[in-house]
Ligand binder design. Structure first.
Ligand SMILES: [Zn+2]
Length: 417
C-alpha cells in the first residue's frame, strides 16, 4: 500500500508485469520491526492510520501490506477531486544535469542550485553553512535529490544497473526575481550528503549542469524532458482523456472577447486582438467543421478576457511569467500581468542592454489557440510540437502554429466526429 497516486501507478505496473507480483509479495513478507525481528502486524513504522481495511473488519494496514496488489487489500480508489484548469506556461530555464550516472557518485546528493549574473561580483554560499541558509540565499533557485541506496556491503543492484538519467531544476523564478539576464547567467551548485554536510559539486561525481532555455545557445534540453516538467506542473492531463466535449454535436459555437479587460500592452490594439483570436479559432474550425462566430452582444458560449493577480484577486494568476492563461469550457482567461504582443509585431528576443525580464513578451494568438483546445475539452499532450503541449511556442511572426495530426485526431475524438 502506497500513497494514492503511487498506488495507481503500482497497480498499473502489476497489470502490465503480472510476473512481478510474486517478487513484490516476497518483499512484503520480508518486512521486519526495527530491532530486526519479524514484527507483524506492526511492521517497521507501526500501523498506517488512518487507513484501515474495512472489508477485513477494520484491520489496520502496516508495512507488510506495502507492495501487495490493491485488490488483495480490499480497497478501491475514491474519485479524485476535479483537476484545476490546465495552464499554459512560459518555457522554463533549467539547470540541466545531463546523464547522471549513480555508479560515479560518491554519495546520494541533494543538489542546491544558485543562479547569478556572470558579469557582476557574486559571493557564493560556503560549504561550512547549513541547508537552511542555502535555501534562504537570494540567489537560491531550487534543489533536486538524486537518490540511490549505497549501504556498504548491500548496494542496491537495481540502482547500479539503471541507465544514466537527466536531472533538472527550474531556475526561471530565481532569474526573474533577481533580474538576471539568462544570456549572462551562471550556475553554482553545492551538494548535501546524508549527514547534512555540504560539499562542492566537483567532489560528488555529479556532472556540471548547463543552463538551457529560450534565447540561449543550448535551448534544446530534450523536448521530452521539458514537456514532462510541464505536465508535472499542470497535474498530468492527457490529450484526449475524460468525458466527451460539452460541444459534441454542435455546429456553431459563439464567443466574445472582453475588450474592456485588455492590459496596457494591448491597449488601442482592439482590431489586432480580434484578428488574432479569430486566427486562433481558424485551425480548430478547419479540423472540426464547427463555425466559431464572434458575437459582441448577448449570450455567448465562450468569453475570452484578461485577468490579473491583485490583492483582491490573489489566487487567479501568478504575476509576470509562469502561467500565461487558463480555460474552462466557457471561458479563456489570459494573465494581464504578462507583456502581450499581437502577431506581426517585431521579434521578441530582448535587446542587449534592455532589462531582459521587462522585454519578454508573449504572442496572444498561439496562447489563444492552445486555450481553445481546452475549451473544446482537450488536455495536454506530451509531444512538444503539438499545439496542446503545455509550454508556449508559436509559428512564424507570432501566428498560431499549425495543428498537428495528434491535435486534430484528439479534438475530433473529443467531439465524436
Ligand atoms: Zn494548457
Amino acid at each position: 500500500m502506497h500513497h494514492c497516486n503511487v498506488e495507481r501507478l503500482f497497480t498499473a505496473y502489476l497489470a502490465l508485469n503480472p510476473d512481478s507480483e510474486a517478487e513484490m509479495r516476497d518483499w512484503a513478507r520480508a518486512q521486519r520491526n526495527a530491532n530486526g525481528t519479524a514484527g507483524f502486524p506492526d511492521g517497521v513504522w507501526g500501523p498506517y492510520l488512518p487507513f484501515v481495511n474495512h472489508a477485513a473488519g477494520g484491520r489496520t494496514f502496516t508495512a507488510r501490506d506495502s507492495f501487495l496488489p490493491s485488490a488483495t487489500l480490499n480497497f478501491r480508489f475514491d474519485d479524485r477531486p476535479a483537476a484545476p484548469p490546465p495552464r499554459m506556461r512560459e518555457p522554463p530555464y533549467l539547470a540541466f544535469f545531463g546523464d547522471v550516472d549513480v555508479t560515479k557518485l560518491k554519495f546520494p546528493p541533494t543538489l542546491y542550485v544558485f543562479v547569478f549574473d556572470g558579469t557582476a561580483p557574486f559571493e557564493p554560499p560556503k560549504t561550512s553553512g547549513t541547508a537552511t541558509a542555502l535555501v534562504a540565499h537570494a540567489n537560491f533557485a531550487g534543489f533536486v535529490s538524486v537518490f540511490f541506496i549505497d549501504k556498504p556491503g548491500r548496494p542496491c543492484e537495481n540502482c547500479l544497473l539503471g541507465e544514466a538519467f537527466d536531472v533538472e531544476v527550474d531556475v526561471t523564478d530565481a532569474l526573474r526575481r533577481n533580474r538576471i539576464d539568462p544570456r549572462k547567467a551562471k550556475l553554482f551548485v553545492l551538494a548535501e550528503d546524508r549527514e547534512r554536510q555540504l560539499h562542492p559539486l566537483a567532489d560528488t561525481g555529479a556532472p556540471t549542469p548547463a543552463l538551457v532555455g529560450p534565447y540561449l545557445a543550448n535551448s534544446l534540453a530534450t523536448a521530452a524532458d521539458v514537456v514532462t516538467a510541464g505536465l508535472t506542473n499542470d497535474g498530468g492531463n492527457e490529450l484526449a482523456a475524460g468525458a466527451p466535449s460539452v460541444y459534441a454535436g454542435r455546429e456553431v459555437i459563439t464567443y466574445r472577447v472582453d475588450l474592456s479587460s485588455l492590459p496596457t500592452s494591448l491597449r488601442n490594439k482592439d482590431d489586432s486582438v480580434l484578428d488574432d483570436v479569430s486566427m486562433a479559432f481558424a485551425g480548430w474550425e478547419a479540423a472540426t467543421g464547427i463555425d466559431f462566430e464572434r458575437k459582441d452582444r448577448g449570450e455567448v458560449d465562450v468569453v475570452l478576457g484578461f485577468s490579473n493577480h491583485s490583492a483582491s484577486n490573489a489566487y487567479r494568476f501568478d504575476g509576470a511569467g509562469g502561467a500565461l492563461a487558463k480555460a474552462t469550457s466557457t471561458s479563456v482567461l489570459f494573465d494581464s500581468a504578462e507583456r502581450w504582443a499581437v502577431s506581426g509585431e517585431a521579434a521578441l528576443a530582448p535587446a542587449d542592454g534592455a532589462d531582459f525580464w521587462e522585454s519578454v513578451a508573449f504572442y496572444l494568438a498561439p496562447v489563444a489557440q492552445h486555450e481553445i483546445g481546452h475549451v473544446l475539452g482537450l488536455g495536454h499532450s506530451e509531444v512538444a510540437s503539438d499545439v496542446m503541449a503545455p509550454y508556449y511556442h508559436f509559428g512564424p511572426k507570432g501566428a498560431p502554429p499549425a495543428l498537428t495530426k495528434n491535435d486534430v485526431a484528439a479534438v475530433r475524438a473529443k467531439l465524436g466526429l
